[in-house]
Design a protein around this ligand. Structure first.
Ligand code: ADP
Length: 662
């Protein structure tokens, strides 16, 4: 292939521009990203070589080399991993394959602080090289391909790149950064070692740098390595040495790891710029042996709702990397968790298919799920600052400054978690039967008496009215629709709290949860309203009488609306509104049916029940009206509108209303 010039995918060009303009305050991460790519490339080689040892050629020791040339102003990261073919270089370095790229780029605002966080989550990877380089040359050869099938890729990071075929004897990839004027200080062994220690110590491959020696220098200022000696300066010796510790953080003892190191490792594997909300690190022994290091991020990724895609746990077997995103290690509803599982029992050549069936993996999944739920329970428990109690004996407990600081650091974390991931957690009700009760305790909702999404089922139960026998809830598209729903009227009047559920997943998830701790869950929009003991005898009697006197009218309404309504009845549910729609006790709600249809899925035609408020003037006026038929349809269509639905024939609705207005 002769030299050709190609354009970056439009999103890459945009991203590159932003990377160089938003990330300059955190320049040094480019090295972490490039070393991480180099290490991934070695992991991939090791994995492919399990079935084809020829790929190792004559260099079985995998390594990463970092070198620099002050005069040429270059910094080079070389690995002897899997390498890239010309086609792969074009695809991998010229486009972004990740789902949601467009979406991501469109979210960038130009505000540097906000953008750099977004970019951090997305992971800029290779492109971060352009923070310090005004040109990058990549030379690579894929393992197993001929020497003459190497590739050279060059780009100045603006708009396009060049590729050509080259001869490259050694397997793997060299990324040569041509440092820009502001980044010349990276051409220093001392500086590079510092960054590697900070970000890449856990990488299990050796990261090598050429040893340097002082030439004719005298120690003038001990301790000041950078400038302490004169005059020949540092010269390279031709000998390479490993500069990273090389032990995987998860394999070390907890007590030897600082929380900064845990955070740093998290940032490395998640590309997040922020610290995680929580983490858990354990060695599990017993019939299945493994180590888990799992993190809960503070922010949801953009593709959180894509159940097909994201899984965030890497699988290692005895410290050998096996695969990224091993979805079998955690249930889908915990796909936001990041981390590492290192198994001592699985075979090295385990495939994704095999993982699904392995009993060891099943045990690991159960163990990891328990740990994650445990972490969440812990966050939930410490979400609110403990209220200052006034003890009976008048002596206030002394709270140590440490405990206080810890409580303050933990406060609000669960709320933060829930705002980002709560909806996904609910999927667990249908997915993880064994942990249903634990999950139900972790759920939080808005309610008719509170604004924040902060009410747990337990909170609700504690506030239930004397004689109340069910946990009442309503599902709607938005919080405003839920709050103003006619179905809520009688509950408001009686001061009964109702949980407001507005996540798309709620309706589905609640199919799997019929009660909480023995108290049934009852939708206020399903079945006949039955307030049981909350209704007094007089009210019940009035309702029965109304039903009796309205019988002829109801029959007429039923006839007029026979294509639309399953039934028409009088209700005590309403106070201010003339009518509302409900569905039969175990029927699918009109809202869920609507959602399914919008998503292009088969949904039954739900015929709701129209309930009318016998006390309402409009309803009273119906009887004997010459417009009976129009009024009946308007009553029905308005009830549909009130819950966010759409009349089947909107034009007919408008005509009817206009006819009456005129
Ligand atoms: P990510 O690593 O998140 O996929 P990058 O932009 O860092 O994104 O890299 C894009 C792709 O380029 C990688 O997925 C990989 O296929 C390829 N790549 C990058 N660096 C190397 C390398 N040193 N060796 C082989 N392939 C690489």
């Amino acid at each position: 292939m002769t030299k050709q010039t190609l354009s970056f995918q439009a999103e890459v060009a945009q991203l590159l521009h932003l990377v160089t303009h938003s990330l300059y305050s955190n320049k040094e991460i480019f090295l972490r990203e490039l070393i991480s790519n180099a290490s991934d490339a070695c992991d991939k080689l090791r994995y492919e070589a399990i079935n084809d040892s020829g790929l190792y050629e004559d260099a079985p020791d995998l390594e990463v080399r970092v070198s620099f040339d002050k005069d040429a102003r270059t910094l080079t990261i070389t690995d002897n991993g899997i390498g890239m073919s010309a086609q792969e270089a074009i695809e991998h370095l010229g486009t972004i394959a990740k789902s949601g790229t467009k979406d991501f780029v469109s979210k960038l605002s130009g505000d540097q602080k906000a953008d750099s966080q977004l970019i951090g989550q997305f992971g800029v990877g290779f492109y971060s090289g352009f923070i310090v380089a005004d040109k990058i040359t990549v030379e690579s050869r894929r393992a197993g391909m001929k020497e003459t099938e190497g590739v050279r890729w060059i780009s100045g990071g603006a708009g396009n790149f060049e590729v050509e075929t080259i001869t490259r004897p050694q397997r793997g990839t060299s990324v040569i950064l041509h440092l820009n004027d502001d980044a010349l200080d990276y051409a220093s062994a001392w500086k590079l070692k510092g960054i590697i220690n900070k970000y890449s110590d856990h990488i299990s491959l050796p990261i090598l740098m050429e040893k340097e020696e002082w030439k004719d220098g005298e120690l003038i200022n001990p301790g000041d390595e950078a400038g302490g000696r004169q005059p020949g300066g540092m010269v390279k010796t031709g000998e390479w040495e490993a500069v990273n510790k090389g032990n995987a953080i998860w394999a070390r003892a907890k007590k030897d790891i600082t929380s900064e190191q845990y955070t740093e490792f998290y940032k490395q594997i998640s590309h997040d710029f922020e610290a995680p909300l929580a983490y858990t690190h354990n060695r599990v022994e017993g019939s299945t042996e493994y180590t888990q290091l799992l993190y809960i991020p503070g922010k949801a990724p953009m593709d959180l709702y894509n159940r097909e895609k994201s899984a965030g746990v890497k699988l290692y077997v005895k410290r050998v990397f096996i695969m990224e995103d091993a979805e079998a290690l955690l249930p889908t509803y915990l796909r936001f968790v990041k981390g590492v599982v290192d198994s001592a029992d699985l075979p090295l050549n385990v495939s994704r298919e095999l993982l699904q069936e392995s009993r060891d993996v099943k045990a690991i999944r159960e163990g990891c799920t328990k740990r994650v739920l445990g972490m969440l329970e812990d966050l939930a428990k410490h979400d609110k600052l403990p209220e200052a109690e006034t003890p009976a004996d008048g002596v206030t407990d002394v709270v140590s400054a440490e405990d206080k600081a810890e409580a303050e650091a933990s406060a609000g974390k669960y709320s933060k978690f829930y705002a980002e991931f709560g909806a996904v957690l609910k999927e667990g009700l249908g997915e993880d039967f064994a942990n249903k009760d634990r999950l139900a305790k972790l759920l939080r909702f808005a309610s008719s008496t509170t604004d924040a999404v902060s009410v747990s089922f337990a909170d609700y139960k504690a506030r239930m009215k004397e004689g109340q026998e069910a946990i009442y809830y309503i599902t709607a598209d938005t919080l405003a629709a839920a709050r103003n729903s006619p179905q809520l009227e009688v509950f408001k009047k009686k001061g009964i709290e109702v949980l407001l559920m507005t996540d798309r997943v709620d309706e589905w998830a609640l199919n799997y949860l019929h009660d909480f701790d023995g108290t049934p869950l009852q939708s206020v929009a399903k079945g006949a309203v039955d307030l049981g003991k909350l209704q007094d005898e007089a009210e019940k009697k009035a309702a029965e009488e109304a039903a009796e006197t309205f019988k002829p009218l109801l029959a007429k309404l039923k006839e007029a609306l026979k294509d639309k309504a399953e039934d028409v009845r009088v209700t005590t549910r309403l106070v201010d509104s003339p009518a509302c729609l409900v569905v039969q006790d175990h029927g699918m709600s009109t809202q869920l049916a609507r959602m399914l249809k919008q998503a292009g899925q088969a949904a039954p035609d739900v015929k709701p029940v129209l309930e009318v408020n016998a006390e309402h003037p409009l309803v009273k006026k119906l009887d004997g009206s010459v417009h009976f038929n129009d009024l009946a349809h308007i009553l029905f269509d308005q009830a549909l509108l009130a819950e966010g639905g759409m009349p089947a024939d909107p034009a007919a609705y408008v005509k009817r209303v206009n006819a009456l207005l005129a």
